[in-house]
Design a protein around this ligand. Structure first.
Ligand code: MG
Length: 278
């Protein structure tokens, strides 16, 4: 189905029509903050939601610590099986590459999501950018964790995964950012070939029966044991184009992004979570 092109206005920047791709459907109805009543509207540009300063200080994390799942955890990936995951596009069995106790993004196949749906949880996940990745900016080891999927494609709330070791990009799009919303407090990235660890506490948004927002999502994230998001309150979803917004949803799958950049695919291992407030 052809999506409606929402034309929004930012008067000071001039009217530049922009057709959003099908990858960013949530941005299509986002109102521009300065839209004048009765005036023609235009789509925002991706660059308008990039923030480049201040650059989070670099912190060298301590040594890697192997954190095995506790007794009450749901193990989402133990290195042996993709059984907890399905393809985002059609919920068929996950077709990512499995070997040596890790799973690796299969870029042509696309992103994957959990079979199960979750609300609030504590999550542990490890990821590695391969050595020899030479691309720059957002094209270097880009992936992401959508803490709750709100539809097809890259819809939901993304905790960014990127090779942010000596790699300049917009700070609200570097590793451990809440994409296009909240830069990490510091850059605690390990270099290519080493395992990065996120420990996440996710509180899902709640909605009233009429669909209005009851309470926003909140997130705390440790990157390699270093605090990078401190109970941050999300403004809404995390579109590539446009402003955050909330749309009502209930329990949701967690998605792992297959990004279209040309760099070699990244790998994941040791993924588990503990459900909270059940
Ligand atoms: Mg990403």
């Amino acid at each position: 189905m052809r999506t409606r092109l929402s034309m929004l206005v930012l008067g000071a920047l001039g009217a530049v029509p922009f057709t959003a791709s099908a990858q960013q459907p949530t941005s299509q109805t986002t109102p521009a903050p300065s839209a004048a009543a009765g005036a023609p509207a235009r789509q925002m540009k991706p660059e308008e939601t990039e923030v480049w300063t201040p650059v989070p200080p670099v912190v060298t994390p301590g040594a890697y610590v192997n954190t095995a799942p506790p007794s009450d955890a749901i193990v989402l990936f133990d290195g042996k099986s993709l059984d907890e995951w399905v393809m985002m596009r059609d919920r068929s069995p996950a077709k990512w590459t499995l070997g040596d106790g890790v799973m690796t993004v299969n870029k042509p196949a696309g992103g994957i999501e959990t079979k199960r749906q979750f609300t609030d949880y504590q999550m542990h996940i490890e990821w590695r950018v391969p050595r020899g990745t030479t691309q720059t900016g957002q094209s270097r080891g880009n992936s992401g964790i959508f803490l709750a999927s709100t539809g097809s494609g890259d819809t939901g709330y993304e905790l960014q995964i990127l090779d942010s070791y000596e790699n300049k990009t917009y700070v609200n799009g570097q590793a451990a950012s809440i994409y296009k919303q909240s830069p990490p407090l510091v850059n605690a990235m390990r270099p290519q070939g080493e395992w990065n660890v996120y420990d996440i506490v996710w509180t899902a948004p709640r909605f009233n029966t009429d669909g209005s927002l009851k309470s926003p999502a909140r997130i705390t994230v440790m990157h390699n044991g270093v605090l990078v998001q401190n109970n941050y309150t999300l403004k809404g979803n995390t579109p590539y184009i446009g402003l955050p917004e909330y749309k009502p949803h209930g329990p949701a799958s967690i998605k792992l992004q297959s990004h279209g950049d040309p760099s070699p695919p990244i790998s994941f291992r040791n993924i588990w979570l503990r459900e909270l407030n059940k």
